[in-house]
Design a protein around this ligand. Structure first.
Ligand code: PLP
Ligand code: THR
Length: 358
């Protein structure tokens, strides 16, 4: 019997569509190290235009996009970057900005909504007069949407305020925009407005947009030229990348309009989960495609028990910790998959909490 499969582990799990595979087969390509792959160039220019920046550069992953951006902005020894203590760059990128980039992190507490307190950001900027002892602050990093805060969106107003602080102190601003398009759709704001204050942005096409691989960093022409050199040094210079970018172009056309449906399905799932005994979801905090499902104390529910039961029903999720599960909606999750997940979870919760009844 073929087991139904519902993969809620992340929006990075999507498979290329037939249209993407077709585009990959017929992609126009060239050596992107010795010159410019024409398909890559087309998408880099298109992304830069969408973001309101001068230029763009393909990178194989969002991790590399962030690392390159930090290394270009912090190209002097003793540089320091201000970033959230729960942001992807600090938590999930192997400490690359320090171990590879040689950049010192100065973390500030991420609030539940993904922001960092504005006063705390400004207070964290080192006084240049103290340069005998202190690292020198060269960059502030934001993350929009904020993955570890449950896909929360940073507003234009907040981003502009951080940009003003950065400008006031001669510091650059980078946005990890892995899911920037989700923020744009959720807020009803074009992406170029969300990143106007940023000197650089890293945007993933391999997340909600459903491309099989790839991110793009955008910024000034001179920033992108330096980024290209750092990308090569990191081994990210690739040859006929048009094969990959062709899929990303299709993803941009096919899936951008679908993000709003991902958000609606996330809300539907969150509301259904919240009805279950022993389960708690902050439904208001579900702004985009991510849901954090918490098990209440005394509920006899654990993330591992639920993960295992769901897996037995073909539903894949990732526990955040012993009493929290993350679920991420993407364009290959149907509304029927959401209902199936809810009914399997309802059954699991009942079985675990009232074993005598079954
Ligand atoms: C917010 C955020 N930034 C960056 C990344 C890194 O992207 P990649 O997995 O392509 O390295 C991810 C996850 O993948 C992410 O969720
Ligand atoms: C786990 C993390 O690296 C990935 N960005 C995700 O959200 O799935």
């Amino acid at each position: 019997m073929v087991m139904r499969s519902v993969d809620l582990r992340s929006d990075t799990v999507t498979r290329p569509t037939d249209a993407m595979r077709e585009a990959m087969c017929g992609a126009e390509v060239d050596d992107d190290v010795l010159g410019y792959d024409p398909t890559a160039r087309r998408l880099e220019d298109e992304m830069a235009k969408m973001m309101g920046k001068e230029a763009g550069l393909f990178v194989p992953s969002g991790t590399m996009g962030n690392l390159i951006s930090v290394m270009v902005h912090c190209d002097v020894r003793g540089s320091e970057v201000i970033l959230g203590d729960n942001c992807h760059i600090h938590v999930y990128e192997n400490g690359g900005i320090s171990t590879i980039g040689g950049v010192h992190p100065k973390t500030i507490k991420n609030e539940e909504d993904g922001t960092m307190d504005l006063a705390a950001i400004e207070a964290a900027i080192r006084d240049p007069k103290g340069s005998t002892f202190y690292p020198s602050t060269r960059l502030i990093c934001l993350e929009n949407t904020h993955a570890n805060c449950g896909g929360r969106c940073l507003s234009v107003e907040y981003t502009e305020r951080v940009g003003e602080i950065a400008k006031r102190h001669g510091v650059k601003l980078h946005i990890d925009g892995a899911r920037l398009f989700n923020a744009s759709i959720a807020l009803g704001v074009p992406v170029h407005k969300l990143v106007k204050a940023a000197d650089s942005v890293s945007v993933c096409l391999s997340k909600g947009l459903g491309a099989p691989i790839g991110s793009v960093i955008v910024g000034s022409q001179s920033f992108i030229e330096k980024a290209k050199t750092v990308r090569k040094a990191l081994g990210g210079g690739m040859r006929q990348i048009g094969v990959l970018w062709a899929a990303a172009l299709v993803a941009l056309q096919e899936n951008l309009p679908k993000l709003q449906h991902d958000h609606k399905k996330a809300k539907l799932l969150a509301e259904g989960l919240n009805q279950m005994k022993g389960i708690r979801v902050n439904v208001t905090a579900v702004e985009t495609n991510m849901i954090f499902m918490d098990m209440e104390d005394g509920s006899r529910l654990t993330a591992e028990k639920l993960r295992r039961t769901l897996e037995e029903n073909g539903i894949l999720v990732i526990p955040e910790n012993s009493s929290r599960i993350r679920m991420v909606i993407h364009h290959q999750i149907t509304t029927s998959d959401v209902h199936y997940t809810l009914s399997c979870l309802q059954q699991a919760v009942q079985t675990i909490q009232e074993p005598s009844r079954n």
